[in-house]
Write a protein that binds this ligand. Structure first.
Ligand code: ATP
Ligand code: MG
Length: 446
């Protein structure tokens, strides 16, 4: 009792010990089995019928208890991947570093993971780490208690058994959730060193669930931000994307800023948020993304990153134009430079980089409202995204209202009305130029 009290006061330092878990009944937690997807229940029943332990685990249990709809359902079991695969007709093992099994039932895919063991010194299985203590490899199977201790926050270490409707809780996660606290399992500094992405997860999960990050877990972040530099870019990109498409991007980014975390932590936000115009534009983009996510509409990563990086492009574009470079080649060079810099830190995939460029490249073409050019713009495959992007620029005050309004009208007008809306060709354009058919791509020689 006293030991428990001391460990609580000290913020539970040292590796969490596999003590006996609380088994919490439905009367206390209120989570009923019909809230679990059919495929997930079926998966668990099948594993249990075959003599294994199986539970819903992680984000799904946490989200349901918090009254949110889970993104997906994950299952944890004591069966090995091979044993799991044998229990199902449509199941395949994926992953090399740590194998998991995808079980397909109907149109759903359930991810089944074998309990993972200790990677701390305690279990004798010392994980491979880099000089900063980041865990590079940890692929040891273990007990349920060990699996729970490996998870990041107490609210993420809950195991729900649909057949008994009980929750197995090793780290007081149910109580923490009720008290709206996001608490780290084990010593926060050690856990951040093992995996610096947990700092971003803390911010994201607190924003998503409306929780307060326990001071013991939020305090060390400030001094540990530079550890993010060691995280592989692809992982950082995935986590950034999760954060920005969580439906709470504004809250997450505000939070990162309040703590001074955007410096160094997120190179992308570092510069942008320190410039008033950039900030207004980014916040508008994030607000509109949050709105879309909450309305259940899809959000495009390309659009999002195009918005986050636009101010950088504008600055570089301006510098190149001042140097005397022609308008469009200067834009394309600015785009490449910005994407190259970001690619080093965030592994923006090639497909997304392509989307970003398409959206940016359309922007100067919205200025052209004479001849056949507007028709060419309308036919661009990324027109819609480019147009939404234009409206965001209008809203932030970067582009004249009148241009946005013109495009909105043009988009909804009949053929006849459209013809009447075209502006006279700008002075200085020759007759010959005007007769040329509309181009489908901005030419580099324009
Ligand atoms: P969401 O799905 O809403 O993004 P989540 O908590 O389910 O949140 P996942 O990435 O799906 O996040 O991870 C599932 C579970 O795996 C988590 O609930 C947690 O228990 C564990 N987990 C994920 N990432 C980490 C990590 N970096 N360190 C320790 N445990 C983790
Ligand atoms: Mg999840």
């Amino acid at each position: 009792m006293i030991r428990k009290f001391i460990s609580r006061v000290l913020g539970r330092t040292g590796p969490a010990k596999p003590e006996r878990p609380a088994v919490i009944a439905v009367a206390q937690h209120g989570l009923q089995s019909d809230q679990i997807s059919r495929a997930c229940r079926r998966t668990i029943e099948t594993l249990q019928e075959n003599g294994y332990q199986a539970y819903v685990v992680g984000g799904a249990v946490r989200d349901l208890l918090a009254g949110l709809t889970p993104k997906d359902f994950d299952v944890a079991t004591n069966a090995t991947p091979e044993q799991v695969r044998h229990c199902f007709r449509r199941a395949r093992i994926i992953g090399r570093r740590f194998q998991i099994v995808h079980v397909n039932i109907g149109t759903e895919t359930i991810e089944v993971t074998t309990f993972r063991g200790h990677h701390g010194e305690q279990g004798g299985n010392k994980a491979q780490t880099d000089e900063q203590g980041r865990v590079l490899r940890d692929n040891v199977f273990g007990s349920q208690a060990e699996d729970a201790a490996r998870r990041d926050f107490t609210v993420n270490a809950l195991y729900y058994d649909p057949s008994s409707e009980t929750i197995v809780d090793y780290h007081h996660g149910v109580a923490d959730l009720k008290q709206k606290t996001l608490r780290m399992i084990g010593d926060p500094k050690t856990r951040y060193r093992e995996d610096p992405v947990r700092m971003l997860r803390a911010v994201r999960l607190a924003a998503k669930l409306g929780l307060m990050v326990d001071p013991a877990a939020s305090r060390p972040i400030r001094e540990m931000t530079e550890l993010i530099e060691n995280v592989p870019p692809s992982r950082l990109f995935d986590e950034m994307l999760k954060l920005l498409t969580s439906g709470h991007a504004v809250r997450c980014v505000t939070r990162l800023r309040e703590e001074g975390l955007h410096h160094g932590l997120l190179p992308l936000l570092d510069v942008i948020l320190d410039q008033p115009l950039g900030e207004r534009f980014v916040m508008l983009a994030l607000e509109s993304t949050d709105r879309r996510v909450r309305e259940g509409k899809p959000v495009s990563p390309g659009f999002l990153f195009a918005a986050l990086l636009w101010n950088e492009v504008l600055i570089k574009w301006e510098a190149l134009k001042k140097r005397g470079d022609p308008l469009i080649p200067a834009l394309f060079q600015a785009m490449d430079e910005v994407l190259d810099v970001q690619a080093e830190k965030l592994a923006i995939t090639r497909r997304i980089a392509g989307d970003i460029k398409d959206i940016w490249a359309l922007q100067p073409r919205f200025e052209q409202r004479s001849g056949k050019r507007p028709y060419g713009v309308l036919q661009q495959p990324r027109f819609r995204a480019g147009y939404d992007f234009l409206l965001l620029r209008v809203e932030s005050g970067e582009v004249a209202q009148e241009i946005g309004a013109w495009w909105t009208d043009f988009l909804h007008a009949s053929d006849e009305e459209r013809a009447g809306m075209l502006l006279p060709p700008p002075a200085g354009e020759t007759r010959k130029r005007r007769r040329r058919p509309a181009r489908t791509r901005p030419s580099n020689t324009e």
